[in-house]
Design a protein around this ligand. Structure first.
Ligand SMILES: *[C@@H]1O[C@H](CO)[C@@H](O)[C@H](O)[C@H]1NC(C)=O
Ligand SMILES: *[C@@H]1O[C@H](CO)[C@@H](O)[C@H](O)[C@H]1NC(C)=O
Ligand SMILES: *[C@@H]1O[C@H](CO)[C@@H](O)[C@H](O)[C@H]1NC(C)=O
Ligand SMILES: *[C@@H]1O[C@H](CO)[C@@H](O)[C@H](O)[C@H]1NC(C)=O
Length: 624
């Protein structure tokens, strides 16, 4: 009897404990996810700190990353390095991620070579990835992918993508994508069309006084969740209701869509009515949502696949990406006459337009094909096929994985930058760059170049990091990356000076349509640097730069003026300045007019030469 009682108590204790464990796991997931969202990060840190103070290793590990990146807490790189290096020996997935990040960016203060640091980083990422850290899974996937091992890359990226696909809602992509400081291909700070709090409050005021268009705009802002205003679908729905009553069809469709996506609880049972009214007013965007409504049935309206199909086909005619996705879902429905193959055809289209749930479905389809062929007898012919499927699936899994919450770290980095927390911004961008976000390469690069972060004590260390991220930007097809690499080779920053390599990068930038690239290339051709001199070609390139960007008017005008002048000097005085080597060279920046005028010797030389020529011509006249 005692034995039974004891067993009973033990079972009870285990039950209570496992209940606690499940509860904590959920709580932790929420807290860790909150870390990636600027407004919720402080709450996430608080939850984790409580658990950490009770000795929870996972929570302690999660906090090391928060300290390293400065999310929800003040950044403390040295502290993060110290605690993560002691935590990695006792477990905790995220501590490995933190260590790996520190190692790969030369922040551990150790004297290891770059190769040794990279190897250690990869093994830390591997341990973290196996312990289910999706950030590390993305890193390891990228590592195998760049090493050419598609299948290994797929294993890890698929795991990360599955985590994301389980949480991402069908409508998540309508949220505003995160902002970043610098545009991929612009050298100036981005100016955003995002409304300020004042502008939003003015819209609210106008809406209150009966401006229904203003109500619609206020609703869109609240629904998109712009940084200063916040995401508030309930208030958005209220404004949409106001605009819908004034017969604004966009508001009717948006409100109905929010009902159908379960974003808000409907205030009235009129979802079908809203869409039909909008359609009657001629708003064809209603088709897609009518399709969604009939696809599943909604409220009192029963499911009707025939009607759903008709509306979705109309939606596709209107170019709605979501209509492709939904028609795929319809074909997948066992009640429809469609097939999985037909569904896939639809999803391949919507995936191409960046629709994440479609991308995941298509990738999973390739994955299933691969796993099936893995068991067939004829290996050789199928392995090529499997490799092909792998290459198709990988970018789709990657796209899904990169749409996870962590993408909002870019928003936090932008905010850090605005508040002058440059090193917090840099560490976030470095993490995101390692994960493969193109805009993060550019932003990390510009922050490193600006030298304001204070993260690296030596110029060489900062330049070596900058070289890495700019190389990635260039590989991702960003002209700004090629341009910056060109400059680094031209001036010998972080690499040995090499004008031939510089010319190659400028030429690649020019081929991508970059005006600055054309201008720099024209300059190289004019002076015969890294390429053989060709004045005709230089002139053509200067003119092409002007055509590509009318803003380049002043610098191109100056450059052509100088070129003509130097040619005139050559033909009149017989002095070929191009053949001399004593002029210091500096690239001018097309988009900053001050900088364009700055190569001071250039201007000074032009003034002197103009005077010489004028004097020559006038004295020549006197003599005649
Ligand atoms: C909305 O349209 C209906 C039907 O055309 C019309 O009866 C009603 O007056 C309109 N309401 C407003 C506020 O314009
Ligand atoms: C790494 O950082 C150290 C200083 O902490 C520096 O001496 C070294 O040059 C850096 N390595 C690279 C590859 O930049
Ligand atoms: C200079 O460039 C032009 C135009 O690209 C080309 O037709 C010409 O052959 C080049 N001249 C020399 C000497 O390479
Ligand atoms: C300068 O003049 C010489 C002699 O006329 C000529 O050979 C040379 O090509 C000229 N240089 C340029 C850049 O046009």
């Amino acid at each position: 009897m005692w034995a039974r009682l004891t067993i009973g108590i033990i079972v009870l204790v285990i039950k209570v404990r496992s209940g606690e464990v499940a509860e904590w796991r959920q709580q932790r997931e929420k807290a860790v996810d909150a870390l990636f969202h600027q407004q919720e990060a402080a709450w996430g840190v608080e939850v984790l700190q409580q658990a950490a103070s009770q000795g929870n290793l996972d929570a302690q590990s999660d906090l090391t990353l928060a300290h390293l990146l400065g999310i929800g807490v003040t950044q403390d790189i040295a502290g993060a390095a110290a605690s993560s290096s002691s935590l990695v020996s006792v477990g905790g997935a995220r501590a490995h991620t933190t260590q790996a990040l520190l190692l790969s960016h030369n922040l551990t203060g150790s004297s290891l070579t770059q190769q040794e640091r990279q190897n250690q980083a990869v093994s830390h990422y591997l341990l973290a990835a196996i312990n289910k850290d999706p950030l590390a899974q993305i890193m390891v996937g990228g590592h195998y992918w760049s090493g050419g091992d598609c299948e290994a890359a797929l294993q890890y990226l698929r795991r990360a993508a599955t985590t994301v696909a389980d949480t991402v809602s069908d409508e998540a992509k309508s949220r505003t994508p995160p902002r970043y400081i610098w545009d991929e291909d612009d050298t100036t700070l981005m100016t955003y069309q995002i409304p300020s709090l004042d502008e939003f409050q003015f819209l609210e005021y106008s809406a209150m006084t009966g401006d229904h268009e203003a109500a619609l705009r206020a609703a869109i802002i609240l629904y998109k969740g712009v940084p200063d205003v916040g995401y508030d679908p309930v208030r958005a729905a209220e404004y949409l209701r106001q605009a819908a009553e004034a017969n604004i069809t966009t508001a009717m469709v948006m409100l109905a869509a929010m009902h159908l996506h379960n974003t808000v609880t409907p205030d009235r049972d009129d979802t079908l009515d809203l869409l039909q009214t909008a359609l009657a007013f001629g708003d064809k965007t209603a088709h897609t949502y009518l399709g969604l409504l009939y696809l599943k049935g909604y409220g009192d309206v029963p499911k009707n696949l025939g009607k759903a199909k008709k509306h979705l086909q109309q939606g596709i005619k209107m170019g709605s990406v979501e209509a492709f996705y939904l028609l795929g879902k319809l074909y997948e429905d066992p009640d429809s006459s469609g097939s999985v193959e037909e569904a896939m055809m639809m999803w391949e289209v919507s995936a191409m337009f960046g629709h994440v749930p479609s991308a995941f479905k298509v990738a999973e389809n390739y994955w299933q094909k691969m796993t099936k062929t893995a068991f067939t007898v004829v290996k050789d012919s199928t392995s090529a096929l499997a490799e092909n499927w792998c290459h198709k699936a990988l970018p789709l899994y990657r796209m899904t994985a990169l749409s996870g919450s962590w993408q909002y770290l870019q928003e936090a980095a932008y905010d850090d930058y605005r508040r002058g927390l440059y090193s917090s911004a840099l560490l976030k961008y470095l993490l995101l760059s390692d994960m493969g976000y193109t805009s993060a390469h550019v932003n990390a690069g510009r922050l490193l170049d600006s030298g304001v972060t204070g993260v690296y004590s030596s110029v060489e260390a900062a330049q070596s990091e900058a070289l890495k991220v700019w190389q990635r930007a260039a590989d991702a097809g960003v002209a700004a990356g090629q341009l910056r690499l060109g400059d680094m080779y031209y001036y010998g920053q972080g690499v040995p000076l090499d004008v031939i390599a510089a010319a190659q990068h400028y030429s690649d930038a020019a081929k991508m349509g970059s005006a600055q690239g054309m201008f720099n290339m024209a300059n190289m051709k004019e002076w015969g640097q890294g390429v053989s001199q060709n004045i005709t070609n230089a002139r053509m390139l200067y003119e092409a730069a002007l055509e590509a960007s009318p803003d380049a008017y002043v610098p191109v005008g100056l450059a052509l003026f100088r070129m003509n002048l130097l040619l005139a000097v050559n033909s009149t005085l017989g002095l070929d300045i191009y053949a001399t080597n004593w002029l210091p060279r500096k690239r001018s920046n097309l988009f900053s007019s001050l900088d364009a005028l700055l190569p001071a010797w250039d201007v000074a030389l032009m003034v002197v030469l103009t005077i010489v020529i004028v004097v020559m011509v006038t004295t020549g006249r006197y003599r005649r």
